[in-house]
Design a protein around this ligand. Structure first.
Ligand code: HEC
Length: 253
């Protein structure tokens, strides 16, 4: 009784002779599982060595026989059609409660199991937008020559604001491509005034702002459609200013 009531941790094993253990011998540490101390050499199996082997062999033979019988049983079931559904040992994910399309539901306030799509949702392939405005392309897919938005003072002001925030850091205030990228990293940044860029159509400029070009990233996410067209208008104005300036300089010479 006393032995059983003692906490496990305090339990020690007595040696075969029943003498109290030596200090440290077979002490069970708190973390270690309690296990049987090794048998002293004198105390062995009740069977002599030869008979012990025979018993182990019989045990194994019984186990092998059971395994063979189980395998035969399982193999025997192969190819036997059954009208019943198979036995499902873990059906938790296969059979779940669900609503069928158009089913009624007492859970939702309007009694419908199907939910309305979020306002403004557009099904794939059903986006009805103005391609000229959004992509800067005509119905055949060619880039527009002229902006679809009439240029007004407001639009130019808006374009200047957008240009200052999104373009000026690299293309500089005048659009000559001498911005911070060129200054500090020696990165060739296009001038918006060279012959090539000055000759771009409005649609082309819009496409470059939208999708980027070469090293330059696109600005379709930070800038809305109208903001991009406004920047196109402002770039056009910068180009026009520079042309007038050059013409005046040439006239003076
Ligand atoms: C982070 C720096 C950076 C910003 C900001 C930037 N650009 Fe550029 N841009 C470049 C570089 C660099 C190139 C040259 C790209 C190349 O040649 O690979 C370039 C090229 C261009 C070109 C000529 C592209 C071509 O294919 O000929 C245009 C036009 C242009 N940028 C307009 C703009 C406008 C408008 C904005 C503002 C919305 C803008 N960029 C903002 C760095 C910038």
């Amino acid at each position: 009784m006393l032995e059983a009531a003692r906490p496990l941790r305090a339990r020690t094993f007595r040696s075969a002779s029943g003498a109290p253990p030596q200090r440290g011998a077979f002490q069970v540490s708190p973390a270690a599982p309690i296990c049987r101390p090794p048998r002293p050499a004198s105390a062995g199996s009740p069977f002599p060595a030869g008979r012990r082997h025979a018993a182990s062999f019989r045990r194994h033979r019984r186990f092998a026989g059971a395994a063979l019988a189980a395998a035969l049983l399982l193999l025997g079931c192969r190819g036997m059609p059954s009208p019943y559904p198979p036995i499902h040992l873990n059906p938790n994910m296969d059979y779940q409660e669900r609503y069928d399309p158009q089913e009624a539901s007492a859970f939702f306030y309007n009694g419908m199991a199907m939910r309305q799509p979020v306002a403004g949702t557009v099904a794939r392939g059903q986006l009805d937008i103005d391609h000229r405005l959004t992509f800067g392309r005509d119905d055949e897919g060619y880039l527009l020559e002229a902006s679809p938005i009439p240029v007004t003072g407001d639009l130019l002001a808006r374009g200047q604001k957008g240009y200052t925030i999104y373009c000026q850091p690299c293309h500089d205030e005048r659009g000559t491509g001498q911005g911070i990228l060129f200054e500090r990293a020696d990165t060739p940044t296009a001038s918006l005034h060279d012959e090539l860029r000055a000759g771009y159509s409005d649609g082309r400029l819009y496409d470059i702002i939208t999708n980027g070009s070469g090293l330059m990233a696109g600005y379709r996410y930070p800038l809305g459609v109208e903001d991009r067209w406004a920047i196109v208008a402002y770039v056009r104005e910068l180009q026009e200013e520079r042309r007038t300036m050059q013409a005046e300089r040439e006239a003076r010479q």
